[in-house]
Write a protein that binds this ligand. Structure first.
Ligand code: NAI
Length: 409
């Protein structure tokens, strides 16, 4: 595909699931106007039909992109997940079809951190119980087991984007911060990294979880860890539902070991707002239950729209794949006065020499070349000095193992 400003009108974006207007605005400001939008997700035949001629597809968490969908989308260059998770996409199939997948890992960090601090404040004051009682006509005016945040220890498990931001905010409110992470991290402010999860659990008044879902984090907080926690402490989970054993948590809360808990994520979550929510903690006044809305703010949606749209536009304009979740990452300078050829191929020996042989045969001088591989896929970007050689591009497409080629001016 040759890409000029005229061709930008041809390049088609399909944005599903009511992606924020900020995405369309950014794509348009980059010169792309062939944009279709749908308020909901699509599936089955309807999805296969719509992706047939689409170059860039935007989804949120509901649209399932299987190998069949990629097979039905021969022109698809990239998928933008306007959310954090990418479980809804078969990333291997995407890679095998030469389709780069992007997401927005950082855009709702602040929203989660703010909610956690608010939950910690409310739980330390036992507001959820007093609020529930007031709704039943009971007056629970008491300072018993009600505390300020100031001077309390916040234990952050997972000191990544969210954990580290929370650390700064909590310290600004006068909390002491300790954190546990499998990676040695530079602490912000006066935060202190501890060497074991148990050490964190023993000293923290509030424990908050910000780890990814992995084999190691599955049921990371179960009966034994709850037992290790300080008496009358608080547990907050806005990470992933599999990280906490909810049955064990229920017992710890019922026994008065914990003062309260806030749970935003669950092992099984309703697929839509129409489906019923089930959880063993329903009915416990000292538990704040929220429907996975840690990162759900309008500010986050707007920022996700911009973050992902920007990645799609950069990939379309320059071939840059920085922060792609499934593709070799290539950071590329602009290419003024050059032609840029993108070649995506199966990661097997001999491809690069076959490509370079074609340039030698067709007399095209190579100004710069960038190669990255990731698992089964290789991505080479070649900036050339001379006029675009149609013959070279045709021959590049014929190199065995080629998945996709593009040329940018
Ligand atoms: P991140 O990738 O920036 O940080 C995760 C941290 O956890 C890293 O520092 C990593 O080294 C650490 N870690 C990994 N395995 C660990 C282990 N076994 N023990 C201790 N530390 C471990 O992730 P980010 O953006 O901070 O997100 C954290 C979690 O929050 C993720 O599970 C994400 O899905 C969830 N999340 C939930 C949202 C909500 O709406 N409730 C919104 C956004 C993210």
């Amino acid at each position: 595909m040759k890409q000029t400003s005229v061709d930008k009108q041809v390049i088609k974006f399909l944005l599903l699931e009511g992606v924020h207007d900020s995405a369309e605005a950014l794509i348009r400001s980059a010169g792309y106007h062939n944009i279709e939008r749908e308020p909901a997700s699509l599936d089955g035949q309807a999805l296969a039909e719509r992706v047939k001629d689409v170059h860039f597809l935007g989804i949120r968490s509901r649209t399932q992109l299987s190998a069949e969908v990629f097979a039905a989308a021969p022109k698809l260059n990239a998928v933008g997940c306007f959310c954090i998770g990418t479980n809804q996409v078969d990333l291997h199939a995407a890679r095998a079809h030469g389709v780069a997948v992007f997401n927005a890992p950082f855009s709702n960090t602040r929203s989660v951190a703010e909610l956690v601090l608010a939950q910690a404040t409310l739980l330390l004051r036992r507001v959820p119980e007093k609020n529930a009682a007031a709704h039943r006509g009971q007056w629970l005016k008491s300072a018993n087991h009600s505390y300020e945040l100031r001077g309390k220890t916040l234990g952050i498990v997972g000191y990544g984007s969210i954990g580290s931001q929370l650390s700064v905010m909590a310290e600004s409110l006068g909390m002491r911060v300790v954190f546990y992470d499998v990676v040695t991290k530079l602490p912000h402010g006066n935060a202190r990294q501890v060497l074991s999860l148990d050490e964190l659990l023993e000293v923290s008044h509030v424990v908050t979880l910000h780890v990814p879902e992995t084999e190691q984090t599955r049921m990371m907080i179960a009966a034994a860890q709850l037992k290790t926690m300080r008496d009358q402490s608080i547990l907050i989970n806005a990470s992933r539902g599999t990280v906490v054993d909810l049955a064990a948590l229920k017992e710890a809360l019922a026994a008065g070991k914990l003062l309260g808990a806030a749970i935003d994520v669950f092992p099984v979550e309703p697929a839509s707002n129409k489906d019923a929510f089930e959880c063993e903690l329903i009915g416990m006044d000292n538990v704040i239950l929220t429907p996975h809305i840690g990162g759900s703010t309008l500010e986050a949606q707007q920022s996700i729209g911009r973050e992902v749209a920007d990645k799609l536009v950069k990939y379309s304009d320059t071939g840059a794949t920085v922060s792609s979740v499934n593709f070799p990452e290539v950071a590329l300078p602009a290419h003024p006065g050059k032609h840029r050829i993108l070649h995506i191929h199966r990661n097997v020996p001999g491809i690069l020499s076959a490509i370079n042989q074609i340039f030698a045969d067709t007399g095209v001088n190579v100004a710069a070349q960038y190669l990255q591989t990731r698992d089964t896929v290789g991505y080479v970007v070649i900036d050339t000095d001379t006029e675009y050689s149609g013959q070279a591009l045709e021959r590049l497409r014929e190199v065995p193992g080629t998945l996709r080629t593009r040329i940018l001016f």
